[in-house]
Design a protein around this ligand. Structure first.
Ligand code: SF4
Length: 252
């Protein structure tokens, strides 16, 4: 099932895969992990075996469940939507077979009226599949990776190696500075602080550093939220302004 999304930069989430495993520090308070535990406890077969209890909290088991039933869903949507692919997993998790990723790509290729946003913490695998010709660039599919701090900056290189696509970086949850980041060849940057009871704080200087890098490189800048325990109260204004920029054109 798809569902309307509360995520500021998309309209709907589409989840052909459920389940994941921790990849880096940005995953520590993974929202999907908590949500999957809840859905598993409610008896949803799609989430069966994806989480277990450990030290008083729920964690991923590493099992991923493929949901072939929803593969055709975007074909039934008559009005154009921005679609976030796999908010409850990572399409390029090693447990997802290449053939299934190709099936997801086929659906997206057939649904030109929608814009799909594919975000992964495993861009090397995505880049390899493009290099092998298993995936092809599609004008309506934006590909992105998460950079939560400078420790995972090499993800950007893998992303930049994929040509002919709209490329984006999600700096969320931003948990550390990313100084002197080179956003050339990146079309869109989303920046946001972590939210929830255990959220790690963001600093305005880190946000402004990325904003400046966007201006230098001509990258669209989207400031999603400050986050924190009460993200609604903290809001999403930066110096009294809202930044809701989107990429408008493909750059090779
Ligand atoms: S890659 Fe995404 S879905 Fe998987 S654990 Fe990390 S934050 Fe959660």
């Amino acid at each position: 099932m798809s569902s309307n999304s509360h995520i500021e930069w998309t309209d709907v989430t589409w989840n052909p895969v459920a389940g994941c495993s921790i990849e880096s520090a940005g995953c520590t308070n993974c929202y999907a992990m908590r949500m999957a535990a809840r859905l598993q406890a409610m008896g949803h077969a799609k989430y069966e075996g994806t989480t277990r209890k450990s030290g008083g909290r729920h964690v991923w088991t590493g099992r991923v469940n493929l949901d072939r039933k929803v593969l055709d869903e975007p074909r039934t949507w008559k009005k154009p939507k921005r679609v976030f692919v796999n908010s409850m997993s990572d399409l390029f998790h090693p447990g997802v077979p290449c053939e299934f990723i190709e099936d997801v790509w086929t659906t997206m290729a057939d649904c030109e009226i929608h814009h799909f946003q594919v975000l992964t913490k495993r861009p090397s695998r995505m880049a390899d599949m493009f290099a092998d010709g298993r995936l092809r660039p599609l004008e309506n599919v934006w590909v992105g990776t998460s950079v939560e701090d400078s420790a995972v900056l090499e993800r950007m290189d893998a992303l930049k190696s994929i040509r002919g696509v709209t490329r984006f970086i999600s700096f969320e949850p931003l948990i550390g500075p990313v100084p002197n980041v080179d956003l050339s060849d990146i079309h869109w940057a989303i920046v946001g602080g972590e939210s929830g009871p255990k959220s790690r704080p963001i600093e305005q200087a880190w946000v402004e550093e990325i904003e400046t890098a966007c201006r230098v490189a001509g990258t669209a800048f989207f400031f999603k939220q400050w986050g924190g325990r009460n993200k609604k109260a903290a809001g999403r204004e930066l110096r009294g302004e809202t930044f809701d920029e989107y990429p408008h054109q493909l750059v090779a």
